[in-house]
Design a protein around this ligand. Structure first.
Ligand code: ADP
Ligand code: ZN
Length: 216
């Protein structure tokens, strides 16, 4: 089974949702650079202070910082049984650093799962997105409502709207995606690792298709 996995796709395509499903089902380690930065901001660490300015504007955190935190995390013992990279790599230098690292620690990437989604739908998903402040679980005000308004089904934590889930920051995020991240699809296609899934089909269907593919 494929167990060292990169999840790719534009912001709002459903990487976080799919990551949570796969993590629970296969017991993989979920490495979300966005979550790591948000945790650091919440904790008020130096990393958080540095990252906040970039994130709130929709800009990318500098490569050397991001690569550093992923190196540290991916090298830990618990990643031995498989991991999901969500939101990393986002630039060519990050992808190259990851290739070196996975060789070094002998944990090669098995596959790159890419979620396709059209831009109109991304905007709809992100503008209605709410996230649990405690555990990071994603919701949507129309299509993925929690059982109780404003409260996380999983952990009871409060739901909030991310500071970068506004129209302005989203435009910036989408342009970084198109200019810096999308070219990586070519990089992984050439490496024979890329597999595309249509995220418009809905999260349960995508989850089923991805499971089937990973187990093949
Ligand atoms: P989304 O996929 O919805 O855009 P993420 O939670 O993955 O959101 O990331 C939120 C923000 O965190 C990004 O807009 C960026 O500022 C920062 N970030 C996350 N991952 C990276 C990365 N690999 N490189 C640079 N910045 C990152
Ligand atoms: Zn929660």
């Amino acid at each position: 089974m494929k167990k060292n996995i990169i999840l790719m796709g534009p912001p709002g395509a459903g990487k976080g949702t799919l990551a949570k499903q796969l993590k629970n089902y296969y017991n993989l380690v979920h490495i979300s650079t966005g979550d790591m930065f948000r945790d650091a901001i919440k904790a008020g660490t130096e990393l958080g202070k540095l990252a906040k300015g970039y994130i709130d504007h929709g800009d990318l955190v500098p490569d050397e910082v991001t690569i550093g935190i992923v190196k540290e995390r991916l090298s830990q013992k618990d990643c031995e049984g498989g991991f999901l990279l969500d939101g990393f790599p986002r630039t060519l230098p990050q992808a190259e650093a990851l290739s070196l690292l996975t060789k070094e620690i002998n944990r090669p990437i098995d596959t790159v799962v890419n979620l396709d989604c059209d831009e109109k739908e991304l905007v709809r998903r992100i503008s209605g997105r709410r996230v649990c402040k405690t555990c990071g679980a994603p919701y949507h005000i129309d299509t993925m409502k929690p059982k109780v308004d404003g409260v996380c089904d999983l952990c009871g934590g409060p739901l909030y709207q991310r500071a970068d889930d506004n129209e302005e920051a989203l435009k910036v995020r989408l342009s970084h995606y198109v200019n810096q991240t999308k070219p990586l699809l070519d990089y992984y296609e050439k490496a024979g690792l890329l597999r595309n899934f249509n995220s418009l089909r809905g999260s349960e269907q995508v989850f089923d298709e991805v499971k089937e593919f990973l187990e093949k």
